[in-house]
Design a binder for this molecule. Structure first.
Ligand code: NAP
Length: 314
């Protein structure tokens, strides 16, 4: 509708939003390959693939809110936004279960070698049940290490109990309620690497966490351990991981996210014992609609002069 607040929204969200959610807004849909335009828009709803930094903010001088359609907001220069008094919001909580479920899909796929098994059946080379065929990791009695125990990390940890796993975690602050609920123990990063049979990453991408899984960290992991990443690709040095897999030091890697999406480091794509997914952590029908809805609710709140629902800084 014209005459309303001028808002930029990622075109990929068009089918996830009902007309009532756009009422009163004058929407310009921006395609993925289109640069962020210059002009008098007052709100932008980007996907995580769109960088919103100093230049973009300068080109949108009337902007009041960046309503990122993701919980991670490493695609937004939040400091530059704050300096310009532009509010940044994300979409927490609604994607926690979907992403924790997908992490478990990866844990099970890695532990029980599902990709190799499916490939064997598809190839027509399966010759029947064999006692030594495609043996994987029994989960009961093993240790799951969570790097980051916020919303998603804790949800992954809670799902570990029925599988009989012990949980350790690394986070900046202790999580007493989570510890009481799951028996999880907070440990330093190096101890988590040394003790865990399964290491799963659940922190945002920040200057402290970028590249934290480097060759040294991989060298501290147990031989045969499994590494999962459903957080952000730049937490892992991808070439170092490829080498650890090639050398057979790691049992498997299950990844949903990559440094330079959609490009995957060629050596990692070719490495053995991987389960590589195309960033589908939050991809359920319900969650994707809720993410779009929260982003628009944040836009509406800020443009109406109310507080945003889910600001990244409180
Ligand atoms: P969250 O609730 O903010 O949890 C983040 C956790 O990371 C917190 O436990 C935090 O510790 C910890 N942390 C931050 N910096 C750390 C550091 N330097 N060392 C150790 N721990 C650190 O976030 P969330 O909702 O669980 O989401 C986590 C991340 O998942 C998001 O940032 C996003 O990048 C990613 N994600 C990916 C997908 C996907 O599609 N694959 C979907 C959703 C989310 P404190 O609690 O002590 O501060």
């Amino acid at each position: 509708m014209s005459g309303g607040h001028r808002v930029l929204i990622a075109a990929e969200l068009r089918n996830l939003l009902a007309p009532a959610q756009l009422e009163g807004l004058d929407v310009t849909w921006i395609a993925a390959d289109q640069p962020t335009p210059k002009g008098d828009w007052v709100a932008i709803v980007p996907l995580l693939s769109r960088w919103v930094g100093g230049t973009e903010l300068k080109n949108l001088p009337r902007l009041r809110i960046v309503a990122n359609c993701a919980v991670g907001y490493d695609n937004v220069d939040a400091v530059a936004a704050e300096m310009r008094k532009v509010i940044v919001t994300n979409t927490p909580d609604v994607l926690t279960d979907a992403t924790a479920d997908l992490t478990w899909a990866l844990i099970l796929a890695c532990a029980r070698r599902l990709v190799e098994a499916v490939d064997l059946v598809r190839s027509g080379r399966w010759t029947g049940w064999h006692p030594e065929q495609l043996r994987g990791m029994e989960l009961r009695g093993r240790t799951l290490g969570l790097f980051g125990a916020g919303r998603i990390g804790q949800a992954v940890g809670r799902r570990a109990l029925p599988f009989g796993l012990r949980v350790v975690y690394t986070a900046r602050s202790a999580k007493p309620a989570f510890e009481r609920e799951t028996g999880a123990v907070r440990v330093e990063w190096n101890r988590l690497l040394a003790e865990s049979d399964i290491v799963s990453l659940h922190t945002p991408s920040t200057p402290e966490t970028k590249g934290i899984v480097n060759s040294e960290a991989l060298g501290r992991m147990k031989p045969g351990a499994i590494l999962l990443n459903t957080a952000r690709g730049d937490l892992i040095r991808e070439e170092a991981l490829a080498i650890a897999l090639e050398e057979g030091r790691l049992g498997a890697a299950g990844l949903d996210v990559y440094l330079d999406e959609p490009v995957i480091h060629p050596r990692l794509r070719a490495a053995p014992r991987t389960v590589l997914l195309p960033h589908i952590g939050s991809a359920t029908h319900e969650t994707r609609r809720l993410m779009a809805a929260i982003a628009l609710d944040n836009v509406r709140a800020v443009l109406n002069g109310s507080s945003p629902l889910t600001p990244v800084y409180r």
